[in-house]
Design a protein around this ligand. Structure first.
Ligand code: ATP
Length: 286
């Protein structure tokens, strides 16, 4: 599989915070979810990749093109949605589009009209009268109308109701069906990732903690519930985290087969993405 985005050795610091040697590669044909706690560095990474912050070191290439030397060609081929889009509030959707469209050699007016219709957006409506969900759909319509081959989005579903979120996820799934595409988006809404992500990248304190196919990641961990009496010092070492109450314990492990040998009666469940996130944050292994 071709890789769409390659990031190597990215560094950037703001006071006490630093992106530390951030490296990853995104293959074509995948929706990649970018996760991590507040302040982990997701937005800084996305902005640095896009050349929006002064980069200190590292390399970024899209479609094999170097961001330093081919920024314009790359930006023609990618769709970027940060903070729901930066638009002039007093303009109508058509007026705003007229400012944005000339920046792209691949702009398709026909596609734009099609997306507005599909997303039930009125071209004459003023931007400041759009709801959050409508604004997000408009931003997507703009990104998709210049035939972007790759979408980068910072928390696109944040603050949207479940119906609009589900519609957006369907739009992204349809977009991917065309083949040869990729999506990379940050989010705190892990249920969206359950539905749509192929790959997950987690960041903590400026570092990439893991990049893994979602299904493999979920298969690697198990939530175990059982009686505290069956826990001893050696068995505890098989777990990343253990929470104990008067009714028993709940733990998360990557060594399910060994736990099963010691505790044949324990209940084992597939974890949620959030469970895996929590045990991979700094200090999360307790
Ligand atoms: P969230 O999930 O809350 O959006 P995030 O993972 O996107 O968080 P960032 O927004 O990248 O995290 O912030 C990482 C760190 O960088 C934080 O400590 C933040 O205060 C700092 N930071 C980000 N942008 C700036 C800036 N322009 N100036 C100074 N510090 C900044």
């Amino acid at each position: 599989m071709e890789s769409i985005l390659n990031v190597a050795g990215l560094r950037k610091s703001y006071g006490d915070f630093a992106l530390q040697d951030v490296s990853f590669s995104l293959p074509e044909g995948c929706i990649t979810g970018f996760i991590g706690l507040n302040g982990a560095g997701k937005t800084t990474t996305l902005q640095t990749i896009l050349g929006l912050t002064g980069r200190i070191s590292g390399s970024v290439s899209f479609f094999g093109l170097d961001m330093q030397t081919d920024e314009q060609r790359i930006k023609d081929r990618i769709g970027v949605i940060l903070d729901g889009g930066c638009f002039y509030d007093e303009l109508s959707l058509t007026e705003m589009k007229s400012i944005i469209a000339p920046a792209y050699t691949t702009w398709s007016e026909q596609d734009f009209r099609g997306y507005l219709e599909r997303f039930h957006l009125n071209p004459r409506q003023k931007i400041h009268t759009l709801s959050k969900g409508m604004k997000m759909k408009y931003a997507l319509a703009l990104a998709l109308s210049h035939k972007a081959e790759f979408l980068i989005m910072d928390e696109p579903t944040s603050g949207l109701d479940p119906l609009i979120r589900s519609q957006l996820l369907t739009i992204l799934a349809d977009y991917m069906n065309g083949g040869g595409k990729g999506v990379f988006f940050s989010t705190h809404i892990t249920s969206d990732l359950d539905k749509i992500a192929d790959v997950l990248i987690m960041m903590d304190n400026g570092r990439i903690v893991f990049q893994e196919e979602k299904d493999t990641l979920l298969d690697n961990y198990r939530i175990v519930k059982g009686d505290q009496k069956s826990l001893n010092a050696d068995i505890r070492k098989l777990f990343w985290r253990i929470t104990e109450t008067e009714f028993g314990f709940t733990g998360i492990t990557k060594r399910a087969a060994e736990v099963r040998q010691h505790m044949p009666g324990a209940v084992m469940e597939r974890p949620a993405i959030e469970d895996i996130m929590l045990c991979n944050i700094e200090g999360g292994r307790k």
